[in-house]
Design a protein around this ligand. Structure first.
Ligand code: NAD
Ligand code: ZN
Length: 247
């Protein structure tokens, strides 16, 4: 593994524009389950049944059972070594943007500033009827958060079946087209259209570094350096290696 981390550090040090794409796997070490984690939230609330916009519109009270548990878990979570390491890489000037599919705000808690939240975030809630918006903090005490118009509010996370926020979509496409290196961390890269980012970056000549506990469909197709294991330990070592390589 050490040789692979050295190769990744070399790519990062040579790149003038390094981008990262992260997914649920970067936050499992913070105690937030990904879609595959056994016995986690998603084994009790199937995403196809609870995390879709049609489910929310049809029965918001039912979807709020899942949202309530998710909110409790996210608000208690702390950034792990992977988030902190990426925050440090950004501060050192070796990581320019992070595109995350996560809604947990842990990259920002880990010190990163240039974060594109591809699937929105859970810091605010909106009314689908009148468009009013509220902070999650002001609504946290309410069992079923409601708008002043009476409608049940929806967190500003992108549910399956909803469109990606236009700015996040456009900026991600633009970043992927100009990146020299792309770190892909803890994502199965099957959720569309986020899964087009690695392909787009590769077609534009970027070197792809993939960090995952398991191989994915990217590993044998577009990945240049695959580092298998837990993101926390790997990224912590990678930061040390980047500093060493940069001298
Ligand atoms: P996914 O659940 O489909 O895949 C997670 C990937 O991470 C898997 O390939 C797994 O092998 C890998 N992984 C798990 N633990 C890891 C670790 N410690 N180190 C490195 N890799 C690890 O997740 P996805 O691709 O992000 O797609 C699921 C969708 O659901 C996304 O939109 C995601 O943001 C959302 N989601 C978000 C959260 C969150 O905000 N933390 C949690 C669950 C799901
Ligand atoms: Zn309203």
């Amino acid at each position: 593994m050490t040789g692979l981390i050295a190769q990744a550090a070399e790519i990062i040090c040579r790149s003038n524009m390094t981008l990262a794409l992260t997914g649920a796997g970067i936050s499992t070490e913070s105690g937030i389950p990904d879609f595959r984690s056994v016995g986690g939230l998603w084994s009790r609330y199937r995403p196809e049944e609870y995390a879709t916009i049609s489910a929310f519109v049809e029965d918001p009270e039912k979807v709020w059972m899942m949202l309530r548990e998710m909110d409790e878990m996210l608000s208690a979570s702390k950034p792990n070594k992977a988030h902190l390491g990426m925050g440090e890489l950004e501060k050192l000037g070796y990581l320019h943007y992070i595109i995350t599919q996560n809604v947990d705000s842990l990259h920002q808690a880990g010190g990163a500033e240039n974060v594109i939240e591809y699937h929105g975030h859970s810091r605010s809630l909106s009314c689908l009827r009148c468009g009013n918006r509220y902070t999650a903090v002001e609504k946290r005490g309410e069992y079923l958060p409601k708008c002043r118009c009476g409608e049940i509010l929806k967190p500003d996370v992108v549910l399956f079946g909803e469109t990606i926020p236009t700015e996040a979509l456009n900026r991600s496409f633009q970043m992927a087209s100009s990146a020299h290196a792309l770190m892909i961390v803890g994502t199965s890269a099957v959720v569309s259209p986020a899964n087009t980012i690695p392909i787009n970056a590769k077609q534009n000549g970027a070197k792809l570094i993939e960090i995952n506990t398991e191989r994915t469909h990217l590993t044998d197709s577009v990945t240049d350096v695959f580092i298998q294991g837990e993101a926390g330990e790997i990224i912590e070592t990678l930061v040390v290696e980047v500093k060493k390589t940069a001298g």
